[in-house]
Design a protein around this ligand. Structure first.
Ligand SMILES: [Zn+2]
Length: 257
C-alpha cells in the first residue's frame, strides 16, 4: 500500500484586513500623456538601485518630481534624478505603488505583508517629503493592516516617526490612537525598569498621549470593551477604526483645476 503523502498544515495567517478604497484618491493619469522614461538612481555605495519610471506618473502623483522634472532643471534635461540619501527599499515600494496601486507585489513566504513597520513609516516620510499625499495615505492604510496582522503597536518606530514628522502629522495621530486604543503601557511606572522604559518614548509622544486621554474625558476607550480578551478586542478595534480611516488619517489632495 502506498504511503499517503504527508499533508502540510497550511500556515495560520491572519487574513489581510480589508479596507475600502479611498474615494478621494487621485485618479490615474491618462497613459497617452505619460511622456518619456525617467531614470531614478536611489541610494549610495553598496545600497544603490536604478528605477525607470514614466515622467507623467512621477509628476502626476508628486509635486516634488513635478517641479524637479521641469525642463529648466538639470534633472528635467537629463531625464535622470539622483536620490542619494533615500533608501532604495522605500523607493521600490513607491515604484510598485505608482505602477500598481499597491506598495508591494506579493505577500512573503508566510503569507504576510512583506514590509516591516519601520519601512512603512519610512514610506510615509518619503511621501511627505516628496509632496505625494496619496502615498502617505497608502502607507497609513498598510500600517493599519500590519498592526492588525501582527497585533502589536509600533513602539520601536516611535523615535524615527517623531524625528521625521511634524506635529499634527497623520502618522503620529495614527500611532497615538493605536496606543490609546490597544496599549496599556506596562512597566512605565515600575521603579526598576522606569529609566529604560521611559527612554523608548519621545517626549512629544507622551504629551500627545496625555492630551488624547484627557480628550476622552469620561468616555470609555472606544475599542476597549473586552480589552485583553482576543479576538474581541481586535474585532472591536477593527469596527471602531475602519469608518474613521479616510476622514481622520488621509490627506486628500485638491483635484486639479
Ligand atoms: Zn481617503
Amino acid at each position: 500500500m502506498a504511503t499517503p503523502e504527508k499533508t502540510e498544515e497550511p500556515p495560520k495567517v491572519t487574513p489581510l484586513l480589508e479596507l475600502a478604497k479611498c474615494s478621494k484618491a487621485t485618479p490615474s493619469p491618462n497613459p497617452d500623456k505619460c511622456g518619456p522614461i525617467i531614470t531614478i538612481v536611489v541610494g549610495s555605495a553598496k545600497k544603490i538601485r536604478e528605477f525607470h519610471v514614466y515622467e507623467g506618473l512621477l509628476s502626476h502623483y508628486s509635486s516634488y518630481f513635478k517641479a524637479a522634472l521641469k525642463g529648466a532643471w538639470k534633472e528635467g534635461a537629463l531625464k535622470t534624478v539622483e536620490l542619494k540619501d533615500d533608501n532604495p527599499e522605500v523607493f521600490k515600494a513607491f515604484f510598485h505603488w505608482i505602477n500598481t496601486g499597491k506598495l508591494y507585489f506579493a505577500p512573503n513566504a508566510s503569507g504576510e505583508i512583506p514590509l516591516s513597520e519601520k519601512l512603512i513609516c519610512e514610506i510615509y516620510v518619503f511621501g511627505d517629503a516628496r509632496g505625494c499625499p496619496d502615498l502617505c495615505n497608502a502607507a497609513i492604510d498598510l500600517l493599519l493592516q500590519k498592526m492588525h496582522e501582527a497585533w502589536r503597536t509600533a513602539l520601536a518606530e516611535l523615535p524615527f516617526v517623531y524625528e521625521n514628522t511634524l506635529r499634527g502629522s497623520a502618522l503620529r495621530k495614527c500611532l497615538v490612537d493605536d496606543f490609546v486604543d490597544n496599549f496599556r503601557f506596562p512597566n512605565l511606572t515600575d521603579v526598576i525598569q522606569r529609566d529604560a522604559e521611559l527612554s523608548r518614548y519621545p517626549q512629544e509622544f507622551l504629551a500627545e498621549i496625555v492630551v488624547a486621554f484627557m480628550a476622552l474625558g469620561s468616555t470609555p476607550i472606544p475599542s476597549a470593551a473586552g480589552w485583553g480578551n482576543l479576538p474581541y478586542s481586535k474585532n472591536n478595534w477593527v469596527t471602531h477604526i475602519k469608518p474613521l480611516i479616510c476622514s481622520r488619517y488621509h490627506d486628500h489632495p485638491a483635484p486639479p483645476a
